[in-house]
Ligand binder design. Structure first.
Ligand code: SF4
Length: 356
């Protein structure tokens, strides 16, 4: 297959004035282009009519104006909206809009598939296909933002949205693209989002943890632990678990210290596997008196697997051990179960023969 051209949104807005000079155009054309891309969400050359036609033609020789085509939009009973986008090479990725109490959360993907093989995850099943480019990451947010403008949640008014990297893929396994996307998200001439509204969710792979130190934005961090000791963690997260619990929690604590933001430890509750009281006791011991809170997430069950979500009583008992030890612990239930909102489920359903 011929190589894809870079997307216009693969490039940070601050680089465009210089690039325009290289194309023989004045610097201010770079600001005009950024205006079309981020203030007006333009996705075709024809829309960018303040740029001279010959400049658009020169840009089109080396760039594509858009890389995502929305193919599926499903709305769950609880209001969660799930989207499947087709990429230029025919691959697909998912994004989700989750209605919260007074804002919306956009859950976006960083890779097609994932190499981390976490036991509880639908995305893990097909392995990694490729990392998304910065533009493919940014376009997800712009599509979701447009959807929210066209069809707002009535109770939210204009309270805006948060962005979480909690869809398909391990963001620290595609770190350079994620970092460029973060720059575009937060740049005033990009999407102008506050980094306080952005959350990176990671399984804490060994090769990714050192790169957390390169994140110079105070974005939120969620780390999925999988087990409270190294052996348990490796059982649930065979690839990321090569980084031990102490290593992961030390990196998380360092992020919390640098950015003055408490880190969330995500714990997926799988019946009979990760919901034993002894595991809660160990988890309390390793998280107590540190800048963490714990989110307890009953497994979003997959339809081709025998793993089950923990029962209500076990969830509450697990939480009680943590709170009794002074660790803030909250129960989170993922929305959109009726539309397969767990990461990777919709894409997998669509890839099966006979699915529609
Ligand atoms: S949970 Fe996240 S890191 Fe683990 S396999 Fe799924 S997408 Fe990858």
């Amino acid at each position: 297959m011929t190589a894809l051209k870079p997307l216009l949104r693969d490039i940070v807005p601050s680089a465009w004035p210089e690039r325009m000079v290289a194309l023989g155009a004045p610097r201010y054309r770079g600001r005009q282009l950024a205006h079309w891309l981020y203030d007006r969400s333009a996705t075709d050359w024809g829309a960018m009519h303040t740029l001279p036609r010959d400049l658009r033609e020169r840009l089109a020789d080396s760039h594509d104006p858009a890389g995502l085509e929305p193919t599926i939009r499903r709305v769950a009973d609880d209001g969660t909206r799930k989207f499947l986008f087709r990429l230029r090479d025919g691959q697909t990725v998912e994004s989700v809009i989750i209605p919260m109490e007074n804002h919306a959360t956009f859950c976006i993907s960083s890779q097609v598939g994932c190499a981390m093989a976490c036991r509880f995850c639908a995305t893990a099943r097909g392995g990694l296909v490729r990392g998304l480019t910065p533009g493919e990451i940014v376009e997800q947010v712009q599509h979701l933002a447009r959807d929210l403008v066209d069809d707002p949640f009535p109770q939210h008014g204009d309270r805006g949205f948060n962005v979480v990297f909690m869809g398909m893929g391990e963001p620290l396994d595609n770190f350079d693209a994620v970092r460029t996307a973060l720059e575009i998200f937060t740049a005033p001439e990009g999407l102008g989002l506050s980094s306080r509204r952005i959350q990176i969710s990671t399984s804490g792979p060994p090769h990714g943890l050192p790169r957390l130190a390169e994140l110079d934005l105070p974005v939120g961090l969620t780390i999925s632990l999988g087990g409270a000791d190294d052996a348990d963690r490796r059982k649930v997260m065979p690839v990321s678990g090569k980084a031990g619990v102490a290593e992961v929690l030390d990196a998380a604590a360092e992020h919390a210290r640098r950015h003055n933001r408490r880190v969330t430890i995500a714990w997926v509750l799988i019946r009979g596997r990760t919901d034993h009281i002894e595991q809660a006791t160990t988890l309390a011991a390793v998280t107590r008196d540190r800048p963490f809170k714990v989110n307890l997430i009953p497994l979003n069950e997959l339809d081709d697997d025998d793993l089950l979500a923990s029962e209500g009583a076990s969830v509450l008992a697990f939480q009680r051990v943590l709170t009794d030890a002074g660790v803030p612990a909250f129960i989170r239930v993922s929305g959109g179960r009726d539309i397969g909102a767990a990461c990777g489920q919709l894409r997998r359903q669509m890839a099966r023969p006979g699915s529609s």
